[in-house]
Design a binder for this molecule. Structure first.
Ligand SMILES: [Fe+2]
Length: 346
């Protein structure tokens, strides 16, 4: 396993271990994702979009009933202990429209969401956050929902262009604005347990590998008003849960830290436990297509049973992963899919 030191300036220390409870099973409803794929066959633990839509009231096939794909990610993750569900919203996609369109079609129970996590400060994960909070507030009769944020995600950001200019990114809503829509903002860099101890939210992700270099074009507006480099995006975090009889399931929304670095941090957070699955955006598209070979090779060192690429992973990386590990391990995500980890399924 190549794991040479590299990215200077980043925290490389592992966080203290925070114990969390083991769930009987874990359900994931993909609320927003880059792709639609209602037709490809899936393993038994994945339910395709049309079946979810029919379960929630679709009475005939029609385009108007289908979900829409958008560049971004939003997952509703539910940990079950017996008959008791504990749900977390992990990101909210790029725009209010995606949440407003998909959520009713998928029958999202916003009243059951007891924590909201924003994985990092990018519009494709945060643009639908206010819409999601509005749905939660309406469904839970105004009970503030804890919303976990990192202090580094609120600076104005942009992408440095080849001509030296900066193309700005939409800002993240402030904690005050989020609070006005029903959030109880928790702005912290520390790892913590969520939803009655059923989930783990990481702190900053230590950088270990030589080839995962973050987002080199990323800049942010400094205190002096000038753009400054921000390639490591240290405001990024991952979510994880433990599933009885399976092991740890890791959710990484965009993996600017590098999915191998994310998994190193997850393994450190759950010492001695089996790593069952990783799901999310692995950011192996665009410039990062160059690191597909190293990433695919090193993913093999974690003993994962399942790899579920989503969002920004990119088709070349999905192809490389499927070639390396096979269809029994690599199960691509798409909007509307429902995934169950553990329980009486695989
Ligand atoms: Fe993203």
């Amino acid at each position: 396993m190549a794991a040479g030191a590299v990215n200077s300036g980043a925290n490389r220390k592992d966080a203290p271990v925070i114990p969390i409870l083991e769930a009987d099973r874990l359900d994931v409803q993909v609320l927003v994702d880059n792709a639609v794929d209602p037709l490809s066959s899936t393993p038994p633990f994945v339910t395709r979009e049309p079946a979810i839509l029919r379960r929630n009231g679709m009475i005939r096939s029609t385009g108007a009933a289908m979900c829409c794909a958008n560049h971004g990610l939003s997952l509703v993750v539910t940990a079950w202990s017996g008959d008791s569900p504990r749900s977390v919203l992990f990101d909210a996609g790029p725009a209010a429209m995606a949440i407003a369109h998909n959520a009713p079609r998928l029958g999202i129970d916003f009243s059951a969401i007891e924590a909201v996590v924003l994985s990092h400060g990018h519009w494709d994960h945060a643009g639908g956050l206010i819409e999601a909070l509005d749905h939660i507030r309406k469904a839970n009769l105004g009970r503030p929902v804890p919303c976990f944020l990192h202090p580094g995600m609120f600076a104005e950001r942009g992408a440095r262009q080849p001509d030296g200019g900066v193309f700005p990114m939409e800002n993240i809503a402030t904690p005050e604005t989020l609070a006005a829509h029903g959030a109880a903002p928790v702005v912290t860099v520390e790892p913590r347990a969520l939803a009655g101890g059923h989930f783990y939210l990481s702190g900053e992700i230590p950088r270990r590998t030589a080839y995962e270099r973050g987002y080199p074009a990323q800049v942010r507006r400094g205190a002096d008003g000038r753009w400054e480099p921000d390639p490591l995006l240290m405001d990024e975090r991952f979510l994880a849960a433990r599933v009885k009889g399976r092991g740890v399931v890791v959710f990484s929304a965009c993996s600017h830290a590098g999915i191998v670095n994310v998994l190193h941090a997850a393994r450190a957070a759950f010492p001695g436990e089996r790593m069952h699955a990783v799901m999310g955006g692995f950011h192996l598209s665009g410039e990062n297509e160059a690191i597909i070979p190293e990433t695919v090779a090193d993913l093999g060192g974690f003993g994962l049973d399942l790899i579920l690429p989503a969002h920004c992973t990119g088709w070349r990386a999905v192809r490389a992963l499927a070639t390396a590990y096979g269809e029994g391990v690599v199960v691509p995500s798409a909007v509307g899919k429902h995934v169950t980890f553990g329980g009486d399924r695989r």
